[in-house]
Ligand binder design. Structure first.
Ligand code: G3H
Ligand code: ZN
Length: 280
């Protein structure tokens, strides 16, 4: 069933689990993610990033996610990820996303607050949930420098007071796009933030987080854990392997079915770590 982010994270953040949020890029990986969540009886958040929106178009992305959500036996959120453009946010609400992230983390504190407040006001009218970001989770893609600004607890507290978002993304040591699980979470900073702000927190760049830290963080005040890169990696790796093993293969359906199996396996593994199995 299709649900909002607010419903799911409100239940999770004060409990000993977090809701997994996975980036989708194609129809096939979206199906594979929902399959993994259903097999584990876990709620799940499907996220369309700017590159997924560029690839699929905003309407098709919404159709895929909402169709899968409505037919799923577990609660599913259709979420717009990292939108920096207000027009895209409002379009997403119109085409049926149940949740949006406004990412003003590159802006000044004041501009971020001002735009987020506007998004929250419109979203309330649509019954859509809102996530925003304070601090900045950098990128670690090859050749790019990781520019990370750890979230200041006081800024997080003021930001939440002013915007009343449903979930708040904070920078506590992760980076987007990591191929190895080598992120060093600053648990001290996590606690400092949690001591002053009472809102479900969101961890971005979670592909790079070691397994034991993912479990640890899911027991803290994080309601939503964002995972993208590792699913892309296993999807493409499996395609590479199948093509090497079966050079005569001429059927893309069979090829993508194999890739989907790899995605479902990884989704189930992450769900186990986040302890969200059976929470529906
Ligand atoms: O918003 C998406 C996530 O932060 C994904 O991060 O691709 O590094 O796992 P990741
Ligand atoms: Zn992110």
């Amino acid at each position: 069933m299709l649900v909002t982010l607010k419903e799911l994270v409100q239940l999770a953040y004060k409990s000993d689990y977090a809701v997994p949020a996975f980036n989708i890029h194609t129809y096939e990986d979206a199906v594979a993610i929902v399959k993994g969540a259903e097999e584990m009886k876990s709620p799940v958040i499907l996220m369309a990033s700017p590159s997924a929106i560029k690839h699929l178009g905003i309407k098709v992305a919404a159709c895929i996610m909402n169709e899968l959500a409505q037919n799923a036996v577990v609660p599913v959120v259709s979420h717009l990820d990292h939108a920096t453009d207000l027009d895209i946010i409002f379009k997403a609400m119109k085409v049926g996303f149940s949740s949006v992230m406004y990412d003003g983390s590159n802006l000044s504190f004041e501009e971020n607050v001002q735009n987020t407040k506007l998004v929250v006001r419109v979203a309330r009218a649509f019954g859509v949930s809102v996530e925003a970001e304070i601090g900045r989770v950098g990128k670690s893609e090859e050749g790019e420098e990781v520019i990370q600004i750890l979230t200041e607890p006081d800024a997080a507290s003021r930001f939440f007071e002013l915007t009343q978002v449903d979930a708040l993304a904070v920078a506590v040591g992760t980076a987007h796009g990591m191929q190895k699980q080598e992120a060093q979470i600053n648990f001290e900073r996590v606690e400092e933030i949690q001591n002053v702000v009472d809102v479900p927190l969101v961890l971005h760049g979670s592909s790079g987080v070691p397994d034991e830290d993912l479990t640890k963080i899911s027991k803290m005040r994080f309601g939503k854990i964002n995972i993208g890169t590792v699913l892309k990696t296993v999807y493409v790796d499996r395609i590479r392997k199948v093509l090497q093993e079966q050079p005569q293969l001429k059927d893309q359906i069979r090829l993508l079915q194999e890739a989907s199996i790899a995605v479902t396996e990884m989704v189930k593994h992450k769900i186990k770590l986040l302890n969200s199995s059976g929470r529906m």
